[in-house]
Design a protein around this ligand. Structure first.
Ligand code: 5GP
Length: 193
């Protein structure tokens, strides 16, 4: 997606350890126009699938997921990383190792929001080693819901996430694919969605 690639070139910053900082438009300050365009692009790509729910993980997946859900006219559910006192119903839970925080945490969604009737589009801001997306797939599978696609805003293709998810039989669509972050430079893959 050209608009996203341009923005990463202009405002993305490479940190050590293969991490891209996009806190001025995705992960802290959020550009609503760009998020809308991203969400609508996902909705367009998955328009024919019959998606009934969009599932993401807090916090940075919420903005693109919400716009995709709005365009698909379905609810958006975000998995929580910390259990809230108000979550008193039965929960779907999975363990996720965080690439950026380097800790394992439990993610959860109330069981009442997902069922075997659902066809799910999973959305997240980054794909690195695939642990966040895999955890979201596991939550859906616990509910008997079918995952019909995974939409990723920024894929770091030099990490193992895509392989892991494709081995699970998942369709992965990324709007920007980064081939390398070596030497402080962002190098893109051709053929983005
Ligand atoms: P994974 O679970 O695929 O290893 O990592 C994905 C999660 O880690 C995303 O939800 C995102 O929050 C975070 N993440 C992974 N790589 C990066 C990165 O390069 N930059 C930022 N800002 N977050 C990242």
């Amino acid at each position: 997606m050209e608009e996203l690639v341009q923005r990463i070139k202009e405002d993305g910053r490479v940190l050590g350890e293969g991490v891209l900082k996009v806190d001025s438009f995705v992960t802290h300050q959020v550009d609503p126009n760009l998020m809308e365009a991203i969400g609508y692009r996902f909705a367009e790509v998955f328009a024919e699938v019959g998606i009934t729910k969009v599932v993401t993980i807090e916090a940075s997946g919420i903005a693109p997921a919400l716009f995709a859900a709005k365009k698909l006219d379905v609810p958006m559910i975000f998995a929580r990383k910390a259990k809230s006192l108000t979550m008193d119903e039965e929960l779907l839970t999975a363990s996720v190792y965080s690439f950026t925080k380097q800790v394992t945490s439990q993610i959860s969604i109330s069981r009442k929001f997902l069922s075997s009737e659902d066809k799910v589009l999973i959305i997240d801001d980054f794909l690195a080693n695939g642990q966040a997306a895999k955890g979201l797939v596991e939550l859906c599978q616990q509910a008997g819901a079918q995952v019909d696609g995974i939409g990723i805003v920024i894929e770091k293709s030099f990490q193992d996430g895509r392989d892991l998810l494709e081995e699970m039989g998942m369709r992965v669509v990324s709007l920007a694919r980064i081939a390398s972050l070596k030497n402080g430079e962002v190098e893109f893959f051709e053929g983005d969605a």
